[in-house]
Design a protein around this ligand. Structure first.
Ligand code: NAP
Ligand code: F7E
Length: 323
């Protein structure tokens, strides 16, 4: 029997990699997209012929119910969200509507249409925020530091609640930062790799950044979508931390990215208050022991490998555009 998966957020970084991965596993993939005035399918253009795109919105429960009724997926991966932390400070209510209440809408739609559908929720290390222990595990208490983090805590607990209340196969993957050449340009890693490429090619002179001392546990997105799928293949639903176990500062990322193209970051990086946050998450580092032992998951790309992949991809992309 061909398995059918629904991905919300298929046009995003993770959605595009997950769709690719599920296609290689023989799945029929349904991608949920929201209506917009222009097409934004860049990340899935290469697989568009192999997936079915259907319109619905996490803000509209009826659209979700109709979507589930029509396609009857076996697995639902809820990756859609307002995912940028900085924007969550300027649009806290909107972020709550999509990133928090959106999870209830889709869980409730599943409960109404067919509670046998398996569900994955894209939870986040941002829930740990001002961390109360190092490294962070599935047992570490949450202390979110942004409206985004708060919304993700809600999404996490409503997933647990639907699992316990309605016996649904609902899993929460607590994923630490994961990046790739498909990362949005506003996130710090891609902002850096893109700027490094532009500076190297003589298209820019400086890179303006906020807090260089923040530390993150950065992995490679294609590694992380495998973990999402593995969670839904287990006998019992559960929650898992997905991380590399290594923490690096923004400064280290920047330094390594510039040195990879033979430049010194100190000649180009300017600190700019505009990119500082009202409350910061200073240090994240996950303990992926449970994912390793129970899911058999481990990351394949190192920090250095990740930076090289991203910088090389941006250099190649810009060179191609300049041709
Ligand atoms: P992303 O690139 O920002 O993609 C977000 C996706 O959500 C896009 O496809 C977007 O559609 C869609 N979306 C936003 N609002 C929606 C709505 N109201 N209805 C339907 N779709 C909507 O995010 P990502 O990096 O792939 O992350 C995927 C998920 O994992 C997110 O939930 C994020 O919060 C979470 N997460 C990410 C990380 C990470 O490091 N990347 C770590 C932990 C958790 P448009 O293209 O139309 O905007
Ligand atoms: O910031 C610092 C910034 O925006 C990382 C999302 O995928 O991962 C992501 O959230 C750090 C922060 O990601 C700039 O202050 C310095 O400390 O790349 P980011 P994030 O906030 O960690 C989690 C796990 C998610 O779930 C989210 O969806 O870098 N930083 N200077 C900067 N950040 C940005 N964006 N821009 C700067 O200029």
């Amino acid at each position: 029997m061909t398995k059918r998966a629904l991905i919300t957020g298929i046009t995003g970084q993770d959605g595009s990699y997950l769709a690719e991965f599920l296609l290689t596993q023989g799945y029929e993939v349904i991608g949920m997209v929201r209506r917009s005035s222009t097409v934004n399918f860049e990340r899935i253009e290469h697989i568009q012929a192999q997936v079915t795109l259907a319109t619905a919105d996490l803000l509209d429960e009826v659209s979700l119910i109709n979507l589930l009724r029509e396609y009857q997926p076996h697995e639902v991966y809820n990756l859609a969200a307002q995912s940028f932390v900085q924007t969550s400070f300027s649009q806290p209510v909107f972020t709550g509507e999509v990133t928090a209440l959106g999870v209830t809408r889709i869980l409730d739609a599943i409960r109404i249409v067919n509670p046998e559908m398996r569900f994955y929720q894209a939870s986040s290390s941002e829930m740990f925020g001002k961390v109360v222990e190092v490294p962070q595990t599935e047992q570490t208490p949450f202390y979110p530091r942004s409206p985004y983090g708060v919304a993700k805590v809600y999404g996490h607990w409503i997933t647990v609640n639907y699992r316990e209340s309605y016996n649904m196969f609902a899993c929460s993957g607590i994923l630490f930062n994961h990046e790739s050449p498909r990362r949005g340009l506003e996130f710090v890693t891609r902002k850096i790799s893109h700027a490094v490429a532009r500076i190297k090619l003589g298209l820019d002179q400086e890179l303006r950044l906020g807090n260089l001392e923040a530390r993150r546990d950065w992995g490679f997105a294609p590694d992380y979508v495998r973990a999402m799928w593995l969670m839904l293949q287990q006998n019992e639903p559960d929650d898992y931390v997905v991380a590399t176990g290594e923490t690096r500062s923004v400064r280290e990322f920047v330094e390594f990215a510039f040195s990879h193209v033979g430049l010194n970051y100190q000649d180009y990086v300017v600190q700019d208050e505009r990119y500082m946050r009202p409350a910061e998450v200073d240090l994240l580092v996950g303990d992926p022991t449970k994912a390793r032992t129970e899911l058999g998951w481990q990351p394949e790309v190192t920090f250095e490998g990740l930076v090289k992949i991203m910088v090389d991809a941006d250099v190649a992309m810009l060179k191609e555009r300049l041709r």
